[in-house]
Design a binder for this molecule. Structure first.
Ligand code: MLC
Length: 510
């Protein structure tokens, strides 16, 4: 049964069961809804979308803060066979214009706070029929917007597993960001594998502190809870103390986060006073889990974190086991239905155990390709359908996999992927910058810190603050360099390319 069908089944079999408990910033924004109410809200949202001309295949942009209407819109869009396009609210106008333009979104739901700036974009986006502005601080506003139109006969969820359900933009080492097309079949395969591997249960209570616009918070955590008929307790923003309090007192059984969040929990001075013994599973992903956080969690909370490995294009691929050894530094074993191999990056021949090569992935969970970029799609997959992840790793003889770095030029900060070429392009627009190289320096809190290494144009001067200000105007804040280092020259290889590994050794002093 597809993920969306399963969700409908929960609404008929357990309509009174609490599905989502949204803990807003104030009592007014708190909202708790059952599976029955969720289904009603999704159906009303479908009617609203239909009334605004949404057709199967249409792209619906969602750049909203974490709120229940985001969830209704995401589910309603997919139920109609249209394509949900979640977007990070941190994207500045320039990036937003690219995503909406490239996807040719026909409807766009944005935060009322940004109405004035977003209005200026509208004339540049001929395919965009309507923009709706939502005020997350007033939940009743969405209900008023969609109204209570007479129930129409609504279409059943799409049955074509190859139909695109949602699109997630990822950047790359070259060129413009590309929309990974995640199909209905992908979503179902992803969630079934996790359901089995992590033993999701109807009586699970998940504390959800992640953003909803990335696969970790959306297709792993939220879809996971809804697919299981469990309860998700949603915090609009991560606060370390509140998180520990809720985990203890709600009480919750499941928690999923990125290493930066786990570290922030450990940094609370009285963390060990919280009793988390009733939790049945705490997972970590989106970035490598540092050993000291793994050990710190065991010592402080008596929990062995379960590390797993995934990416936007695939959802989750590998996971340490629910029962059995959760190996420190390892991303575990392939999930059900997931094929994994490690190959020589040049020849693409499979390597024997314990040898480092590129990790390649195949299975029903892997996206069908990139939106209107056939060349990028072709180069991402081998002829036999293996996805080239760009991650380096090895398989140990007992089947556990360990990641050993990246062949792609990529920085991971707090679980967000940052592609240096994107930042370098923005730096190149600064009049004083002759050349730049953007690297990730090790950072205890964030994993890596975005660092811009710059050669100034002769006769020009600039300051770190000036460079950072310049980047702020064009980039989402998590991509903005935290550190700027001016150098007279870069270490270059024989082809004249910056040797980033050497540069990192020269300038990163954590
Ligand atoms: C926030 N800031 C960051 C940042 N997050 N800077 C660098 N890297 C980050 N990840 C900056 C803000 O821009 C802001 O800067 C300042 O930190 C404070 O912002 P904040 O929002 O108050 O920070 P905080 O709440 O502490 O956020 C930290 C965080 C957040 C860890 C909770 O980064 C987060 O939710 N990360 C999860 C990302 C995620 O879900 N990734 C999944 C990708 S899917 P300023 O200068 O404006 O003050 C994927 C596949 C897979 O990778 O396998 O899961």
């Amino acid at each position: 049964m597809s993920f969306l069908d399963t969700l409908i089944q929960h609404s008929t079999q357990q309509p009174q069961k609490l599905a989502l408990d949204f803990l807003g910033e104030s009592a007014e924004t708190n909202q708790a809804i059952t599976y029955g109410e969720l289904e009603t809200a999704v159906q009303r949202t479908m009617q609203f979308l239909l009334a605004h001309g949404v057709q199967p295949g249409d792209r619906i942009g969602l750049q909203l803060p974490k709120c229940l209407p985001f969830i209704y819109l995401h589910l309603a869009t997919m139920r109609l066979g249209a394509i949900s396009l979640p977007l990070n609210p941190a994207y500045p106008l320039r990036e937003l214009a690219y995503f909406l333009g490239d996807a040719e979104a026909s409807l766009f739901f944005a935060s009322a706070e940004h109405q004035r700036e977003i209005e200026t974009l509208h004339p540049e986006l001929p395919n965009l029929r309507h923009i709706f502005y939502l005020d997350a601080h007033h939940p009743s506003q969405f209900a008023e917007l969609i109204g209570e139109s007479a129930p129409a006969i609504l279409p059943a969820p799409p049955t074509d597993t190859d139909q695109t359900a949602m699109m997630v933009y990822t950047s790359g080492t070259t060129g413009r960001p590309k929309g990974a097309e995640i199909t209905h079949g992908n979503l179902t395969a992803q969630i079934e594998a996790l359901h089995e591997a992590w033993g999701w249960r109807e009586d699970d209570v998940l504390l959800h502190v992640l953003p909803l616009f990335h696969v970790h918070g959306l297709t792993v955590a939220l879809h996971g809870a809804l697919n299981a008929g469990a309860t998700a307790v949603l915090l609009p923003k991560f606060h370390p103390e509140e998180t520990l309090e809720l985990l203890e007192k709600y009480p919750c059984t499941l928690f999923m986060a990125v290493p930066t969040i786990h570290r922030k929990l450990l940094e609370i001075s009285h963390a060990a006073n919280y009793d988390l013994s009733h939790l049945r599973l705490i997972t970590s992903g989106s970035d490598r889990l540092p050993d000291d956080v793994f050990i710190g969690f065991e010592r402080t909370f008596g929990h062995t974190l379960l590390e797993r490995y995934g990416m936007s294009e695939t959802g989750m691929n590998l996971s340490n086991p629910l029962h059995g050894e959760r190996r420190m530094g390892s991303v575990g074993l392939p999930l059900p239905g997931v094929e994994v191999r490690v190959v020589n990056p040049e020849t693409e021949h499979p390597l024997p155990d314990n040898e480092i090569g590129e990790v390649q992935i195949r299975g029903a969970h892997v996206c069908k390709g990139y939106w209107r970029q056939p060349e990028k799609t072709a180069s991402a997959f081998t002829a036999e359908g293996w996805l080239r992840t760009g991650d380096l790793g090895l398989r140990e003889s007992d089947g556990y996999y360990t990641l050993k770095g990246r062949s792609k030029d990529l920085i991971i900060s707090g679980g967000y992927n940052i592609y240096p070429p994107e930042v370098e392009l923005v730096l190149a627009e600064h009049p004083s910058v002759f050349a730049s190289a953007v690297i990730g320096c090790p950072d205890a809190t964030w994993g890596e810190r975005v660092t811009a290494v710059i050669i100034l144009r002769e006769g020009y001067s600039s300051t770190a603050e000036d460079i950072i200000e310049h980047c702020r105007a064009a980039l989402a804040s998590y991509k903005v360099p935290r550190q700027v280092i001016f150098v007279p020259e870069f270490p270059l290889n024989v082809l004249g390319k910056v040797q980033k590994v050497v540069l990192r050794q020269q300038v990163c002093h954590s």
